[in-house]
Design a protein around this ligand. Structure first.
Ligand code: ATP
Length: 246
């Protein structure tokens, strides 16, 4: 597995012209394992969506992400009322390989069953997604990522609302991906987990307040700055302060 590096060059991402990510520059090294942390509304999900090609830059550039990224969105952002069976959700992971309108070969179905087994969902093939618990649904989304087999994996709050057993199982998958040389980027709020498990951290409060080894980034001073920045942005969300921002 040889991911390409991903560069952010003076990246600004906006919603309705209000910057959510503001003049951020830096690099996700190939094979790195990075936590993206910051207060609510700091631009973390917006950044992941942009890396996945779902949000176009309003300023600056993202280089190297196209075609090598798989995204696990926040579970809360997904509609589970859709009447679809678990195996079919996992098979979406083959979309790039197989295409939208071609039948999935039986080998693909076998891989999907293997992915379900790998996340502890053997026997769930025909279950409608609406009948799954929160933790089972998150396992299902991880199974889809397994099938996607992407060099770069983006996870938006992947352990939210999971019990400790499920969180540990999903964390083991993250480490497996890292061990295979993939680049993994995860939005997280649990700073203890970040310190324990994630060697690199990007601290975001719309602006980048630190990006590098976790112990150097997650200092009390930086976290205080992040909170203050978030409050300043909340008070005046449109004030970019630079000529060239969106
Ligand atoms: N679709 C949207 N339309 C308008 N504004 C949006 C949209 N999505 C996000 N925003 C705004 O952009 C800012 C950044 O949101 P984002 O979801 O990226 O933050 P976050 O760091 O992921 O937050 P959280 O930790 O609460 O999930 C917030 O002020 C949010 O209200």
């Amino acid at each position: 597995m040889t991911p390409r590096p991903i560069h952010l060059a003076d990246l600004t991402l906006a919603h309705q012209r209000r910057p959510a990510v503001h003049h951020v520059s830096g690099r996700f090294a190939p094979g790195s394992l990075t936590a993206v942390v910051g207060p609510n509304g700091a631009g973390k999900s917006t950044l992941l969506r942009a890396l996945a090609g779902l949000h176009r830059p309003d300023g600056g550039r993202i280089e190297g992400a196209a075609g090598q990224v798989a995204l696990l969105p926040q579970a809360a952002a997904l509609d589970r009322a859709f009447p679809i069976a678990c195996l079919d959700v996992v098979l979406f992971g083959l979309w790039r390989e197989v295409g939208a309108f071609r039948a999935v070969p039986s080998a693909g179905r076998d891989r999907a069953r293997d992915a379900l087994a790998a996340v502890g969902l053997t026997g769930f093939e025909r279950r409608p997604v609406g009948s799954l618990s929160v933790g089972q649904f998150q396992r299902l989304l991880f199974a889809r990522l397994l099938l996607q087999d992407a060099p770069v994996i983006l996870l938006d709050e992947p352990f939210n609302a999971l019990d400790s057993r499920t969180a540990a199982d999903m964390l083991a998958l993250v480490h497996r991906w890292h061990g295979e040389g993939r680049t993994v980027v995860a939005v997280l709020h649990d700073l203890e987990m970040v310190r324990r498990e994630f060697p690199e951290t990007l601290l975001l409060a719309r602006d980048c307040l630190g990006w590098g080894p976790t112990a150097e980034v997650l200092t009390a001073a930086n976290r205080l700055r992040a909170r203050m920045m978030a409050e300043a942005w909340a008070a005046d969300p449109a004030d970019c302060g630079r000529q060239d921002a969106a």
